[in-house]
Every structure is written in C-alpha cells, then in structure tokens.
Design a protein around this ligand. Structure first.
Ligand SMILES: Nc1ncnc2c1ncn2[C@@H]1O[C@H](COP(=O)(O)OP(=O)(O)OP(=O)(O)O)[C@@H](O)[C@H]1O
Ligand SMILES: [Mg+2]
Length: 381
C-alpha cells in the first residue's frame, strides 16, 4: 500500500487530467474531524462541500479537547459529520496521524534498485522498535541534489564523503492501519488510500519551490514541524503541546471553565477586545502567549538546527492546523520567528463561490490535511 504521497510529483501540476466523480478527504484529528468533498472539472478542483465536527463530546469532553476514541465512536462522529455537511460521495482517502508513524531518512551506498529493495527492509529493522511483520513499510529514494549548482557549495565546500544515496522510510503499525480501515468501512466509505498527514498538509500548503520551508501544523494536543526541501520531507519534529494547552492555561489563569476559555481564544485570540478590561485583556494575552512563545522558540530551534546541519537557511514558515486560525497570530509570528511567515490557505487551490472566499481563508488552516488528501486523489484520476 502506498503510504507516501508522491512528493516528487508535488512540484508538477496539481491537477493533471481532471475527471468525473466527487471524492472525499477525511482528517480525523485529536480534537476534531474534518471532511471536504471535491470534484475535478476541466483542470480545476471544485469544492462541493466541507465540514468539521468536534470529537470531544463523543468522549464526554468539551469542544477543543483532544480525545482518544474507539474506531466505532469515531465512525459515529464521522457519520454525523457526513450528514451535517451533506456529503454525497462515498469514495475518498483518510489521513494517518504523524504520531502513529515512523519516518526516517536512511543512508545507503550507491547500489542498484534491486539491491536496494533487499537492503531497505534489513536496514529498517534498526530504526523500527518492533517486529517488521507488525508494520507496513513504504520508502523511496530521495533524488540527488545538483551539488555544483548550490550557492552554498561555492561559498563553503560540502565535507567530502563517499557519495551514497538517501532513502525516505515510512512505517505504520498494522494495528493503526486496521483501526482506520474499520472507521472507513463502517462509515460506508471506499478508501482509495491512507496517507500520513505530513504529505497531505505539504501538498495543500506549499507552493512550488526548491528552497527549504518549515511547515508547522498547530494541532490540539501536538504541534508538528516538517522541513520540506525540493518537495521532499527532510526533517520532522513533534512537540506534545498545542492549542489545547493554550486553552487550559487561559482557563486556569482567568478561573474560567475550559469551554469558555476555548470560545474566547477562538473569538479574540491575541487581539484586545472591548468586552474586557485592560487588566483582563493583558491576562488573556499573557496566558495564551505562555504556550505560544514556548512553541515558537521550538520552531526557532528547528530553523536554527536545520540551517546549521545542512548549511542552508530555512527562510519560510507556513503555519497550518486549527491553531493557525488564532486571531492575531500572523503578526505575532512575524515578530517571534526568524523567517518569513505565511498562514496556510489550502482552499486557494480549489474553486469555490466567491462569497465563501473570506470564510475559507479563515478556516483554511484547519483543513490543510483534508484538502491535501483530495488534491492527490483528483490528480490520480
Ligand atoms: N479560530 C481559532 N482560533 C484559535 N484556535 C483555534 C481556532 N479554531 C481551532 N483552534 C484550535 O486548534 C486546535 C485544533 O486544531 P486542529 O483541528 O488542526 O487539531 P487536530 O487535527 O484535531 O489535532 P491534531 O493535529 O493534534 O491531531 C484546537 O486546540 C483548537 O482550539
Ligand atoms: Mg490535525
């Protein structure tokens, strides 16, 4: 089974042939499930419908909380979401959390394809802390860089080392895959493929380019960071903090229920509001920044360490995930991060009625994974 998005192709046109039929992209996150339905028409991806449902209430928790549901409960939530969003398609794809996968870049000597095919599973054992029979593996060779053309090489020659080849290896526990299969099957969805969310978010939120870019997916319980260069994932990093912690800190410091803190966070974000006194405004902002500033110093650390390790400057950061919808985030990020900032706008790659433009831009970051899944499907048609 192909777990990887064909990242090489990401640099080519998103919509190759067009085709018939509507397809679904389903992203079951820790705190909410997102779905989009699109159809290809004359080289465009037409947005037919979309929706999101909070998963907290299906596990007895408030909206915005990360929950671990059984496949059956998740299927129940998905059925409700499909009904609410007027979903008509029955074929689609689903994302697999980065946290349930193992991704590594492996180095091999320069051998031919057949030899590599034999070597990868053997080498993979060193990286995968469980029997190989319990995981599904996928991998591909990272295309070689044209060394001579790199500006850095001219300034500072790369250290001499035997020229080998690099392989991007991905492993997913079979049990995880089976849980996702149960969810799609009991929801009456024919799954065309399952894809680790990294590859989906990259497809929908990065434009063509070869320079290294850092994608930051601000989720509920976790924040995911991926450095992508020439369309290929070079580094991944998971931080176990996200939007939920921001809400919890806010609730604690203002003595509010989680529900209220979640609502206030989404409505006013980092911007002052006339509904609160100066003192309250300050406390709200300080509470939210306590989580955010820690996350952002981690982002800066990744920028710095990638830059030092590969002698390259990661000049752009794309913020995705529901957390990137925080009002006022872009201007704070511009101050706090040592790179150019963009907020993910996955719906920009789809066609939708003009009156939806503002809404889709606002909620877009949270749909980065689901839109990315569909873009791969439409391209394959
Ligand atoms: N308008 C908003 N402003 C601020 N935060 C928001 C907004 N909308 C959603 N969030 C926050 O985004 C987080 C959820 O983001 P997202 O839906 O991307 O996470 P998830 O996919 O459920 O989780 P994960 O990626 O960790 O599995 C929550 O913490 C939620 O409070
Ligand atoms: Mg997510």
């Amino acid at each position: 089974m192909a777990l990887l998005g064909k990242l090489g192709e990401m640099l080519s046109s998103v919509f190759g042939k067009g085709g018939e039929g509507s397809v679904l992209g389903i992203d079951i996150g820790a705190s909410s499930a997102k779905i989009v339905q699109l159809r290809a028409s004359r080289g465009s991806a037409i947005l037919e419908t979309y929706g999101e449902i909070a998963l907290g209430p299906y596990g007895g928790q408030p909206v915005g909380k990360a929950v671990k549901l059984t496949p059956e409960k998740t299927a129940e939530a998905l059925a409700d979401l499909m009904k609410e969003a007027n979903i008509t398609a029955r074929s689609g794809s689903m994302s697999i959390p980065f946290s349930s996968s193992l991704i590594s870049v492996l180095e091999f000597p320069k051998v031919d394809k057949d030899a590599l095919k034999r070597m990868v599973p053997i080498e993979a054992r060193k990286y995968i802390p469980m029997p190989i029979s319990e995981v599904t593996l996928d991998w591909f060779v990272i295309p070689e860089e044209e060394g001579e053309k790199s500006a850095f090489d001219r300034v500072q020659p790369a250290p001499a080392r035997p020229k080998g080849q690099e392989v991007l290896l991905v492993a997913i526990h079979n049990e995880t895959l089976n849980a996702y299969k149960t969810i799609t099957e009991s929801s009456g969805i024919r799954a065309e493929f399952y894809e680790i969310e990294i590859f989906s978010v990259i497809r929908s939120s990065l434009s063509h380019g070869i320079a290294p870019v850092l994608v930051v997916d601000l989720g509920a319980a976790t924040t995911k960071m991926y450095v992508v260069e020439r369309g290929i994932v070079r580094l991944t990093h998971l931080v176990t903090a996200g939007g939920q912690q921001m809400t919890e800190t806010l609730a604690r410091s203002l003595n509010w229920e989680f529900e209220k803190a979640e609502r206030v966070k989404r409505e006013r974000g980092l911007n002052d509001s006339s509904a609160y006194s100066t003192d309250e405004n300050d406390r709200i902002k300080t509470a939210m920044l306590s989580t955010l500033s820690r996350l952002f110093s981690e982002v800066n650390r990744v920028l710095l360490s990638y830059g030092q390790r590969y002698n390259k400057n990661v000049s752009h950061v794309v913020l995705a995930g529901g957390g990137a919808e925080l009002p006022g985030l872009a201007s704070y990020a511009k101050e706090a991060l040592s790179a150019e900032i963009a907020i993910a706008d996955p719906f920009a790659r789809t066609e939708a009625p003009a009156f939806l433009g503002d809404v889709l831009r606002e909620i877009g970051p949270g749909f980065s994974v689901s839109v990315g899944l569909v873009l791969r499907e439409l391209r394959a048609q």
